[in-house]
Design a protein. Structure first.
Lengths: 190, 190
DNA sequence: TTAACTCGTTGACTTTGGTTAAGAAATGGC
DNA sequence: GCCATTTCTTAACCAAAGTCAACGAGTTAA
């Protein structure tokens, strides 16, 4: 499993093999069962994750309904926006599959940043990349219909369609489960 | 004008007054007339901005229509997602008012990061904050109606309603100008 | 001053998605 | 296996937003 982590780092950073090794050797892996809540709304977040196997969903509850914000799968970093901050989370983080993840804490992060400024630099660049993705999602969301968003999701992350229940996909796409069902029906007729 | 920059830095970073002074003294200010294109789609971005006065709008063109992504006003940093990268921009950046901004370049940024690692650290944290805002926007967009988004915009950024033409606000809210007109009419009747 | 544009508004009509309710299918626990 | 629960689908109806077209106010340019 630690290989996955090394692979991720060499793909997403410009860190030396030596440094990557140091990180991998000092990293902590955890296993979670499907259904485990990693963070509840109202709680402080003191862990971030890199998924090696499995799937994590973030959501919030509005008007009594779960609204899925994001699905995270293999090789994706999961960092709650209040990670390491003294503010309560608005979001829930839940494992929707049995999941193995590499854990990070604010202390450990700070230590690493101190020891190897290189890592902070890479972290900044990675954050910028994730932000670009987020901005793109928002732009894309505004200018497309629910049907187009479903098609795009099916194209970009086909595995998710299989892995997540439909009502979660629906709220992720910003529609009701009924609407998603209709969209799928319309598409299947073509 | 440089005071504005110092004010921004002391509000948004934990940098020492000394360091802030260094930055302010080395910063370059530029003036742009209303209508100036700061970046066109397809171009590389080698400048980022901190607005001291004025308003910048980013948009993309889809199906021949301008879709407004974001409005940036006083004290907001404007960093195209491809800033300093070797990839062409998908977005246009336009001054919709006469604007004064502080300019940054990738070279200058790197130099500063090298000299003062503190600054890179602050930059990372600022990026994380901006990302949180972006994620929140996306979440908020998904779970609200156009009317609610208009009300929220009017509450959060009342000046924008006055400063930007309605068709730009409409595409920012993700609706047609006709719809926004109707939403405003409905609201005025209450 | 007039002609041409742009922008915002309005109306008629269509399409899409939400709501409610019911039933079918799948899942999980015993 | 069987029952309870959850999830998915379908249908009828409604509300919101898109489309198309027309019009008026304001601006610009000849």
């Amino acid at each position: 499993m630690k290989d996955e982590l090394a692979k991720f780092l060499s793909k997403n950073t410009t860190l030396s093999d030596e440094l990557i090794n140091t990180i991998v050797e000092n990293s902590i892996l955890e296993r979670y069962r499907k259904g485990t809540m990693l963070l509840n709304a109202g709680e402080l977040s003191n862990k971030c994750y890199l998924i090696l196997k499995g799937c994590i969903r973030s959501y919030l509850i509005k008007d009594g309904e779960e609204k899925t914000i994001e699905f995270y799968t293999e090789e994706q970093p999961v960092s709650p926006v209040n990670f390491g901050k003294n503010t309560p989370s608005d979001y829930y983080f839940e494992c929707i599959e049995d999941t193995i993840a590499c854990i990070g804490t604010p202390q450990q992060e700070n230590e690493m940043f101190q020891k190897f400024p290189q890592i902070e630099s890479n972290s900044r660049i990675m954050t910028e990349t994730i932000m670009a993705t987020c901005q793109e999602s928002l732009a894309n969301y505004k200018i497309t219909s629910a049907k187009d968003r479903y098609l795009k999701l099916r194209k970009d992350r086909p595995d998710l369609i299989q892995r997540a229940p439909q009502y979660q996909l629906a709220s992720y796409l910003g529609v009701t489960p009924e609407s998603l069902s209709r969209i799928r029906k319309r598409l299947s007729k073509i």
